[in-house]
Ligand binder design. Structure first.
Ligand SMILES: [Fe+2]
Ligand SMILES: [Fe+2]
Length: 343
């Protein structure tokens, strides 16, 4: 694509996205889902080219490809919601698009992961796992290139609860915590950690919703059923042919506690792996800051403080989370629930 930035007036870059060839070719060819604009170099003006959903002729399709190749094709940021709904279905486009901002990319990755995770929860089979995994790799590729991008994800934790939001929150918090403690990050390790944190609670998909959402205390046989979810989750992942050490540990160990009061294995302290200890903190923190049927969403700093004071959790990990939040490292938080509902 031609580099136009020098020639295009500043306000254009703020109010419009330049459309790349990849994105154009991902639109329905004859019926673009957004209003398209053409930049006229001669008069330095963006003029409307076609309205969304209008039917294009063969000649127009060809002309459009030419305009795009010149770097003169734009979409208005006012159409961001349509554009976003489109792009989350083909998330790898975010890696090619030079015109999306960091905040927009984090938003798109998170929304794609929520969508894919929900689909997998409903139908936990390999062909539905594959697109989830693919989008997760897009996300880790994006973060890997610049670890500071992780903060844009931390600013976007959900405060409403469902399994997909919980999974994505846990992945974000888990990955951030993990990254704090490793010097040289290997991409492969990061990918494995992301899968492990995202899928730690996948066994909950098999637990009936009425048990998960029950307000009062569970009967002991009901509690037993819920407490099986770590084991069920690991089995489920083996069925879709995804099984490696970090994933097993996150699945089995996220409810283990340093004093041996956890489940299912009741292991203690150093018996719990690092990924298990981080999963426990990421999981509990994500649960505490989200509104559930039986508890209100806690303030993030308060939740982190409570975890840091709780000796059953790994002190080093809880301290990291608390100090990151207390220092305001992540910047201004974003209402991610509203973003999700807008789409
Ligand atoms: Fe769990
Ligand atoms: Fe969880």
């Amino acid at each position: 694509m031609a580099e136009k930035k020098g020639a295009v007036p500043g306000h254009v870059n703020d109010e419009f996205y330049q459309i790349s060839g990849e994105i154009l070719s991902s639109f329905p060819k004859y019926r673009p889902p957004v209003d398209l604009f053409r930049f006229r170099d001669d008069i330095m003006v963006l003029e409307p080219y076609c309205k969304k959903e209008s039917r294009l002729s063969n000649e127009q399709v060809e002309e459009l490809a030419g305009i795009c190749a010149e770097g003169d094709l734009f979409v208005s940021r006012a159409d961001h919601h349509i554009y976003a709904a489109h792009i989350i279905k083909q998330l790898d486009l975010v890696l090619q698009d030079q015109n999306l901002r960091e905040a927009e990319i984090a938003d798109l990755c998170i929304r794609a992961l929520v969508m894919r995770f929900s689909e997998f929860c409903e139908q936990p089979v390999k062909p539905v796992f594959d697109p989830l995994y693919r989008d997760l790799l897009v996300t880790t590729e994006y973060i890997f290139a610049d670890k500071h991008r992780m903060n844009a994800f931390m600013r976007r934790l959900f405060r409403k609860h469902d399994q997909a939001r919980h999974a994505v929150n846990s992945m974000t918090v888990g990955l951030w915590l993990w990254l704090q403690g490793v010097g040289d990050v290997r991409r492969k390790d990061m990918d494995r950690m992301a899968v492990a944190f995202l899928m730690h609670d996948i066994g909950m998909c098999k637990v009936p919703a009425f048990l998960i959402n029950r307000q009062g205390a569970l009967k002991s046989e009901e509690r037993d059923k819920v407490n099986l979810h770590p084991v069920i989750g690991v089995k489920l992942m083996q069925k879709v042919e995804v099984s490696f050490e970090e994933l097993l540990r996150a699945g089995y160990e996220h409810h283990e506690r340093a004093d041996g009061s956890g489940y299912p294995q009741k292991i203690k302290e150093a018996q719990i792996s690092r990924v298990g200890r981080i999963s426990a903190v990421a999981d509990s923190f994500s649960a505490m800051i989200s509104a559930r049927p039986y508890a209100e969403a806690k303030d993030m700093l308060l939740a982190a403080r409570e975890l840091a004071a709780d000796r059953r959790y790994d002190a080093e990990t809880t301290k990291l989370l608390f100090s990151g939040l207390a220092a305001g490292d992540f910047g201004q938080f974003v209402d991610m629930d509203a973003n999700l509902e807008k789409s």
